[in-house]
Design a protein around this ligand. Structure first.
Ligand SMILES: C[S@@+](CC[C@H](N)C(=O)[O-])C[C@H]1O[C@@H](n2cnc3c(N)ncnc32)[C@H](O)[C@@H]1O
Length: 275
């Protein structure tokens, strides 16, 4: 716990994002990865392979942009830096790991604190008073503006879609009365992000949770929550499972597993199946 708290102090993150729980969430993800490293490895490898499959479809490679880059656990940074003139890592939280990558690849890689929703600064200002309807509307209508660094040949949304509205939604006072509010914020922010992504001119790679599953030790699926329909996503090009929280990480009774989808759009249409 103390380690996680200290980790929150070491990230670059605007006050409004801290107020909405994003520095804390970043530290929690990093700590969970340390505890569940082996279980996460196949998911991280599949994410990296898919990002490189997207890069291979880029006819020009001037700039690559990773949204939700975090600690770049799922991003093949060295390979991208090799292939693109410049790579931008964008996340509302800039971690020591991202800063260290920027130093290692100085001049080719930059990290920037950027809110992919465009809603968070205003939301934080009203977090104690905003109504559920106004919070949803804010996510639906907010504009994050142009991509950091300008339009890119490759834009990757890296396993952050379901988090965009969910984490801030939980920080709102209104969520104490309206238990469905975080999920409603998650859906509104996800749909808005997908609209924004669809307007980009380069190759787009979306890595995102398409379902959340609770799985018993004997393999029975106890609960399945589908996110794909909620977010309005077509069938993914690739799917795999992320052993996010093996017992006893989240629960003593079930493993929390995410079904992750990959969607690649732009440049060419066909996609190699993952081996
Ligand atoms: C599950 S993590 C993704 C993992 C990350 N790609 C990695 O390998 O470490 C989700 C990431 O999305 C970021 N994020 C959440 N909300 C965001 C927002 N509004 N704008 C930009 N990044 C956001 C979080 O800070 C976190 O780093």
């Amino acid at each position: 716990m103390l380690r996680e708290f200290l980790r929150t102090l070491n990230v670059d993150c605007p006050t409004w994002a801290r107020q909405l729980g994003l520095a804390r969430e970043h530290a929690a993800i990093a700590a969970r990865h340390e505890r569940a490293r082996a279980a996460w490895a196949p998911h991280l490898a599949a994410s990296g392979e898919t990002i490189l499959a997207g890069a291979a479809r880029c006819p020009t490679r001037r700039r690559g942009l990773i949204i939700g880059a975090g600690d770049c656990l799922d991003v093949p940074v060295a390979e991208l830096v090799d292939q693109f003139d410049e790579v931008w890592l964008a996340d509302v939280v800039v971690s020591p790991a991202a800063r260290s990558l920027a130093r290692r690849f100085r001049g080719r890689l930059r990290c920037v604190s950027w809110d992919a929703t465009g809603a968070l600064a205003r939301l934080a200002g009203g977090r104690r008073t905003i109504t559920p309807a106004a919070a949803r509307l804010l996510f639906e209508q907010a504009d994050p503006g142009p991509p950091p660094g300008g339009e890119s040949d490759l834009v990757v949304s890296a396993n952050c879609l379901s988090q965009l509205g969910l984490v801030p939604g939980h920080s709102l006072s209104a969520a104490e009365r309206d238990k469905k509010l975080p999920d409603a914020c998650a859906a509104a922010a996800a749909r808005r992000h997908l609209d924004w992504l669809a307007k980009r001119s380069g190759v787009r790679v979306l890595l995102a949770d398409s379902a959340r599953l609770d799985i018993a030790p004997d393999g029975r699926v106890l609960k399945r929550e589908n996110l794909r329909g909620r977010f309005g996503l077509r069938a993914p090009d690739r799917v795999w499972r992320w052993q996010l929280a093996p017992i006893p990480e989240w629960s003593l009774e079930f493993h929390r597993v995410h079904e992750v989808g990959a969607w690649i759009d732009g440049a060419t249409t066909s996609m190699e199946p993952i081996q």
